[in-house]
Design a protein around this ligand. Structure first.
Ligand SMILES: C[S@@+](CC[C@H](N)C(=O)[O-])C[C@H]1O[C@@H](n2cnc3c(N)ncnc32)[C@H](O)[C@@H]1O
Length: 173
């Protein structure tokens, strides 16, 4: 199959300002009447939920998610879309992080990035989280003489799904 990825990206870059003008602050009727109701029903947003908005465009639904009580990391591969989203959603940037990112990029985990979040539900000011791959974190420690000598994965509600990783690093004498 022909690789149309670059062509697709260029089309959305070319349509970003038009999309922003048409969707505006509150999206269009089609979206409000047909897309949002079932999406919101399935999501069932609770205050404090943390949502990933993939391919967010100008962030109209991102804003809606914030209005429903969520904190959101929203991304789109079009830099122009994200530029427009940051401008239009200036009022909710304390609850949202807009990032340029390609959903088809399978290496995204390896890229460092920063996003806002909360450690305690309802804390007054969101703080920065600095995503780093394990190889970057451990590589930095290994490079200055630390070795990993213990590793524990701890589950919470789902006994087969660890939510905490605890590691011990020791510096070689
Ligand atoms: C139809 S618009 C929908 C925008 C937004 N979700 C909304 O409801 O208004 C599709 C969006 O998907 C983005 N997109 C398409 N392929 C993508 C990819 N591989 N990674 C990230 N964004 C992508 C486009 O740039 C565009 O903003």
């Amino acid at each position: 199959m022909r690789d149309t990825h670059e062509e697709s990206l260029q089309a959305w870059e070319g349509n970003a300002d038009y999309w922003d003008a048409r969707m505006g602050d509150h999206s269009n009727t089609f979206h409000r009447l047909l897309v949002r109701p079932p999406t919101e029903k399935l999501l069932g947003i609770q205050p404090g939920d943390f949502v990933l908005d993939i391919a967010c465009g100008n962030g109209n639904f991102t804003q809606r998610l914030v209005e429903l009580g969520a904190r959101v990391v929203a991304f789109d591969y079009s830099g122009k879309m994200i530029e427009n989203a940051r401008r239009r959603r200036a009022g909710v940037l304390d609850k949202t992080e807009f990032v340029v990112c390609d959903a088809t990029d399978s290496d995204w985990y390896l890229s460092s990035c920063v996003y806002k979040g909360e450690a305690l539900l309802g804390q007054p000011v969101l703080h920065n989280y600095y995503h780093r791959s394990l190889q970057e974190i451990l590589g930095t420690a290994f490079a200055v003489g630390f070795v990993l000598d213990a590793f524990v994965e701890t589950a919470d509600n789902d006994p087969e799904f660890p939510v905490i990783v605890t590691m011990r690093l020791k510096k070689l004498a």
